[in-house]
Write a protein that binds this ligand. Structure first.
Ligand SMILES: [Zn+2]
Length: 517
């Protein structure tokens, strides 16, 4: 009896060692390869259709992402060359054009995403390659989240482990394989008792969410011959978070495969000369003083406006990411030396307008936003949480949890004012518009400037009126704002006279058509 116990003890000690765990993993992956045919597959070409959602562009802060019809989806992966070609064709379809993502989609919207090893690019309308170096890493990583890519990467990794996990809700036990790939991304895959991959859980870097969770579910496996099993249903989430009350999760993409062809010829992509050696564009900042002490800091696709007060600076909008915000902060301090940035006013919660608020929080600024954004911003975005994939200033220079500085946020429901006794900056919630439940505009009474995001971008063009500029027009009337100039977050400044001339008649016509409503 005593002898048996000691043998048991030795056996379990061996099993618990890392080397044994990896041996278990390689035996398990061999069984997986048998079941799914990964080593039989060098390339795959699939096509299908379903729906696709705009990540970070929800109407309300706690909504699921808004969707559009994925009219066609095609993907070709070549594993040995680490290359992939993905074509996405979206139409609005039966989906409500609510939220951001430049909806409604008129006609079809096509995007082509190419990657080969460490290079990413797309083709412009003339078919010329356009380098996309910032996209290369995640695009290559997505190859290793394809069903057979996962197995190949797990077999190649040196830290692969397999653990058993009981799923109480389903009454079954799965085997979960986890490993690090590309020296950075940790990815796990859940396998059923037939050694078939059902779900991937991993994370990609995102300026708003940090290590943003990605979940991919594979189902409806079919036999493609040669021992290759391929899933004909793809369902994925991006941005799920345990503290966000979205019961359905944050759904990103769903499609059914209509055709899957294994081992297609000439699937490998070669990197075009124009893409080889391309570097990410440096952050460009170009500022102009649009009124006394009011600076428009442009230079990219999204601008910020910095306003000088007697002993502080207020900045409107922290778009895109930390790199842009660092450049805008440096420019504002150069223009208005010796004054701290006390406020960052955020117009709405869409990720492209939100990616820099952590940088302003790290700077010590108070974030001003609508009250319905408070939970998301305080609990998730500004909170200390994992940012291992792309550390930022706030994660590297954290505030003491009980110290004087963390997570300063000021919220409002209808109207917010910042003032030094002489100058004021007013923020108003817009009503009756579809872009974002919490969309707000900023009004500077003394220079009579209105700042909006995504509702109206100058110059006013009678041939291309943004449908969102109609509700903006009505809200200006409702609030009785006396405006000289629009300084929008996108596009060029425009006089209110010209805004009236172009948008006014269209707004009147729509009001008349709606019976005066
Ligand atoms: Zn938006």
């Amino acid at each position: 009896m005593r002898k048996n116990l000691s043998i048991l003890f030795v056996a379990s000690a061996v099993l618990a060692s890392p080397a044994a765990a990896q041996e278990d993993a390689s035996a398990f992956l061999e069984a997986v390869d048998q079941a799914m045919g990964a080593s039989q597959l060098n390339s795959i070409q699939i096509s299908g259709s379903g729906w696709n959602a705009f990540v970070g562009q929800s109407y309300a802060a706690d909504d699921d992402w808004p969707r559009a019809e994925l009219q066609s989806y095609s993907l070709t992966i070549d594993y040995p060359s680490r290359s992939a070609r993905e074509e996405v064709v979206l139409v609005q379809g039966d989906y409500e054009p609510e939220g951001g993502g430049q909806q409604p989609i008129v006609g079809e919207r096509r995007s082509l995403n190419l990657v080969s090893g460490d290079h990413a690019w797309t083709l412009n309308a003339e078919g010329e390659p356009q380098a996309q170096p910032q996209a290369a890493e995640v695009r290559q990583f997505m190859i290793w989240t394809s069903p057979h890519g996962f197995i190949k990467a797990a077999q190649a990794a040196d830290d692969t482990r397999v653990v058993a996990r009981h799923m109480a809700a389903e009454g079954r036990t799965l085997n979960v394989v986890g490993f690090t790939t590309m020296d950075k991304y940790y990815v796990t895959g859940e396998f059923n008792d037939e050694h078939v991959l059902e779900r991937i859980v991993t994370a990609i870097p995102n300026p708003v969410m940090g290590d943003m969770q990605v979940e991919i579910r594979y189902s409806d496996y079919r036999d493609l011959g040669n021992g290759i099993m391929f899933p004909f249903r793809y369902h994925a989430h991006q941005g799920d978070h345990p503290l966000l009350p979205v019961s359905t999760g944050r759904n990103w993409r769903d499609y059914r495969v209509s055709e899957a062809v294994p081992n297609v010829e000439d699937a490998a992509l070669s990197v075009p000369d124009a893409v080889e050696g391309a570097e990410p564009n440096p952050v460009n900042v170009a500022s102009t003083e649009v009124a006394d002490g009011v600076w428009r800091i442009a230079g990219g696709s999204h601008h910020s406006i910095a306003v000088e007060f007697s002993d502080f600076i207020a900045v409107i909008e922290a778009p895109q990411n930390e790199a842009r915000s660092e450049a805008v902060i440096a420019e504002a301090k150069r223009l208005m030396p010796g004054k701290p940035i006390r406020y960052l006013v955020n117009t709405h919660h869409h990720f492209d307008h939100l990616g820099g608020i952590r940088t302003y929080a790290a700077e010590g600024a108070t974030i001003v936003t609508h009250d319905r954004n408070r939970y998301l911003y305080e609990t998730v975005i500004l909170a200390p949480q994992s940012r291992t994939l792309s550390p930022d200033r706030l994660s590297r220079f954290p505030f003491a949890t009980t110290g004087p500085g963390p997570r300063m946020i000021e919220t409002f429901t209808e109207r917010h004012a910042i003032s030094d006794g002489e100058r004021s900056l007013l923020t108003f919630l817009l009503q009756n518009q579809d872009h974002n439940e919490n969309m707000s505009v900023v009004y500077l009474p003394e220079p009579r400037i209105l700042i909006n995001a995504d509702m109206f971008s100058g110059p006013a063009n009678p041939d291309n009126i943004d449908p969102d500029s109609i509700p903006l027009y009505r809200n200006i009337q409702r609030l009785g704002l006396d405006i000289d100039m629009h300084v929008p977050i996108h596009g060029q400044p425009e006089s209110h006279e010209e805004f009236e001339r172009v948008i006014g008649p269209e707004a009147m016509q729509q009001t008349a058509a709606a019976g005066g409503g």
